[in-house]
Design a binder for this molecule. Sequence first.
Ligand SMILES: Cc1cc2nc3c(=O)[nH]c(=O)nc-3n(C[C@H](O)[C@H](O)[C@H](O)COP(=O)(O)O)c2cc1C
Length: 204
Amino acid sequence: MRVLVLFYSMYGHVHRMAEAVAEGAKEAAGAEVRLMQVPELIPEEALEKAGAKKAREAFAHIPVAKPDDLADFDAILFGTPTRFGNMCSQMRNFLDQTGGLWAQNALVGKVGSVFTSTGTQHGGQETTITSFHSTLLHQGMIIVGLPYSESRQMTLDEITGGSPYGASTIAASDGSRMPSENELAMARFQGRHVATIAKKLSGT
Ligand SMILES: Cc1cc2nc3c(=O)[nH]c(=O)nc-3n(C[C@H](O)[C@H](O)[C@H](O)COP(=O)(O)O)c2cc1C
């Protein structure tokens, strides 16, 4: 049973969450887990200007996926930072190249799940994930979120991401806040939960 964790990250927050999701997925017995990123679309000089070039070096070694790669997996967990309450254009562009897979029903019946990062607490934590789900439904994927049995999402003792839609982190408007232990634990839960369900569905 194969699980892909596919992400885009500009400053490293979604990358850190993706690592935790992958760690969790590996805890499901028999899961073969791969971590990949979607291609960058922003010109080098714009990345430099946005202060993202250095941050992106930390995960430059992670392989860049091709749209057809998605067909090789039983479950895919997608990680995207929010852009105006929606997924980022790098992920959108990648998904917009999966028309061939759609035409072949190649992703029908696979498990799909989404996690995110926003700058502010109410800047799109939930909308980014739920609007992403439409694409997964068009592809015939089975959507899995973060059930309330992961009770860390219910805490009011600290500011935290995480909702029934999926794991999330709050990066702060200047990007200074990295994922908290609570958020990383929810990301691990989501990875493990998705892999466990995919295992049951695939029977392997
Ligand atoms: C063009 C643009 C639009 C953004 N829109 C939002 C937004 O609507 N709400 C929000 O909370 N953060 C917004 N952000 C902040 C990003 O979501 C934040 O930088 C990201 O979650 C950090 O994750 P990363 O380090 O993995 O890129 C925006 C950032 C950019 C560059």
